[in-house]
Write a protein that binds this ligand. Structure first.
Ligand SMILES: [Zn+2]
Length: 387
C-alpha cells in the first residue's frame, strides 16, 4: 500500500511521464494507442499530447495504418522530437572515460574517450575530467546539452551524487555532482555505471517489454543492475549489484574487496588479458576474430565461470531476461554462447523455464547511453517541462 498522496500536479506529472515512456516503448503510436496502453482516457491523452506538442517535445509524424482508420478515426502517429533537448553522457570506467552527446531517444550524436593513467588520484582525475568534458562540449557547441548524466565505477550514492568509494582506484567520497554542476552550470545526475546501463536497456534497448531482468557488464571488473517489477533496484546506500564479487572459488585468488575467489578475479577483461599474457582486451578480441584457439578458449572459459554464478542467481531471481554487456560479450561470440548454454543447463528453475540471455542492443555505446538515460529520466521525462 502506498501512503504517498496524489495531488493534481503530481498526477499530471505522472501521466506525462507515462506518455513519454509509451512514446519510447511503442514505435510511432497514435493517440488512441497511447490511451489504450496507459489506460488513461482519450481526453487526458489529447490534453497531454497537445501540451507536449506545444512545448516541442512531441511531433506528428504523419498517417499511420490502423484498424481504426476504417472506423473513420484519426490515425496520425506521434513521435518524440528527438533533438528538442540533448544531454551529455559521461561513462567512467577504471581505465578510461567515454563522453557523448545523446538525444531524447538515446541516440549518440557525438562521442569521444580518453584513457586514465593506471594510478590517478581523485583530485587529478576530477581536473582531467572537467578539462576533457569542457573541450568536448566546446567542440560540439552547435549541439548544446541541457544536463549531464554520469555513470561511474565504484560505490555510488545516487541520492547525493557522490562516488562513495572506488577502493581499487584509491578514491573516496568524490563529490562529482557538486563539482560538475558548479563547473558547467548544468544539472548533473550520477549513478553506478552498470545500473545506468540497466536503465538504458529498459528505456531504449533490449528490455523495453520486460518487467524483471538483470544486466551484467563485463569490463575491468564485473557489475550488474537489476530491474524488479518495473523498478530499478537500488539498495539503501551501496546500491548493491556487485556481481563480480560473488564467490566463484572459495579460498581462491585474493580480491581488492578483501575477500578471496571473487568472480571478477577469474572472468573480467583484466583476468582474461592476464591469463593470455596479452597487452589489451582489443588484442584478445582481434585474436579471437582470427580464430586463435587459445583466445577463443579463454573467452569460453570466462563465460563458463560467469555461468556458474549466474545459474545460482537465476535460482534466486528467476528473471525473464539477462543482458550481458561489454566488449567480450558480442552476440554469438564464445563467451555469450557458453553463458547462454551453461547458465540455462545448470539452474534448476531455468530448466523449468528457459531464461533469454542476450547481448546489449546498445552496442559499444551502452556506457554513454546509460549515463545519459539517468539524466533524461530525471530531468526531462519525469520532472520538468519547459520550452
Ligand atoms: Zn571481490
Amino acid at each position: 500500500m502506498s501512503f504517498i498522496g496524489q495531488n493534481t500536479l503530481r498526477t499530471k506529472q505522472l501521466n506525462r511521464t507515462l506518455v513519454f515512456q509509451t512514446l519510447l516503448r511503442l514505435e510511432a503510436p497514435t493517440r488512441q494507442e497511447i490511451a489504450a496502453f496507459t489506460k488513461l482516457t482519450p481526453a487526458t491523452i489529447t490534453n497531454i499530447v497537445n501540451e507536449l506538442m506545444e512545448y516541442g517535445y512531441v511531433v506528428e509524424l504523419g498517417n499511420g495504418v490502423s484498424e481504426l482508420k476504417r472506423a473513420g478515426r484519426k490515425t496520425v502517429v506521434l513521435g518524440l522530437n528527438e533533438e528538442k533537448k540533448r544531454v551529455a553522457g559521461v561513462h567512467i570506467r577504471s581505465d578510461r572515460v567515454e563522453l557523448g552527446i545523446v538525444t531524447l531517444r538515446g541516440k549518440v550524436l557525438k562521442s569521444t574517450s580518453f584513457d586514465l593513467p593506471a594510478t590517478i588520484g581523485q583530485d587529478d582525475f576530477l581536473e582531467l575530467l572537467t578539462k576533457e568534458l569542457e573541450s568536448f562540449l566546446q567542440e560540439n557547441k552547435a549541439l548544446p546539452v541541457s544536463c549531464i548524466g554520469v555513470g561511474s565505477v565504484g560505490l555510488v550514492d545516487y541520492e547525493s551524487g557522490r562516488i562513495l568509494e572506488a577502493e581499487h582506484l584509491g578514491w573516496e567520497n568524490v563529490d562529482i555532482e557538486a563539482l560538475l554542476s558548479r563547473s558547467f552550470n548544468l544539472p548533473v545526475y550520477v549513478d553506478h555505471h552498470v545500473r545506468a546501463m540497466t536503465l538504458a536497456e529498459k528505456m531504449f534497448g533490449a528490455c523495453k517489454n520486460q518487467s524483471d531482468f538483470l544486466c551484467v557488464y563485463i569490463g575491468q571488473g564485473i557489475g550488474s543492475g537489476l530491474f524488479l517489477r518495473d523498478q530499478l533496484y537500488r539498495s539503501e546506500t551501496t546500491g548493491a549489484g556487485e556481481f563480480g564479487h560473488m564467490t566463484y572459488q572459495p579460498g581462491g585468488k585474493a580480491c581488492w574487496c578483501g575477500n578471496k575467489g571473487c568472480l571478477e578475479r577469474y572472468a573480467s577483461e583484466e583476468a582474461v588479458v592476464h591469463e593470455l599474457n596479452m597487452d589489451s582486451i582489443t588484442s584478445v578480441l582481434e585474436a579471437c576474430r582470427n580464430g586463435d584457439a587459445d583466445a577463443v578458449q579463454a573467452l569460453r572459459s570466462a563465460g563458463g565461470k560467469i555461468a556458474v554464478v549466474l545459474s545460482s542467481f537465476i535460482n534466486m531471481f528467476h528473471v525473464q531476461k539477462i543482458v550481458i554487456g561489454g566488449d567480450m560479450a558480442r552476440e554469438d561470440g564464445p563467451l555469450l554462447l557458453e553463458i547462454r548454454e551453461k547458465a540455462n543447463a545448470d539452474s534448476f528453475l531455468a530448466r523449468k523455464r528457459k531464461v533469454e540471455i542476450t547481448t546489449t542492443a546498445l552496442g559499444d555505446q551502452q556506457g554513454i547511453i546509460g549515463a545519459a538515460s539517468i539524466a533524461l529520466l530525471e530531468s526531462i521525462f519525469t520532472v520538468s517541462i519547459n520550452k
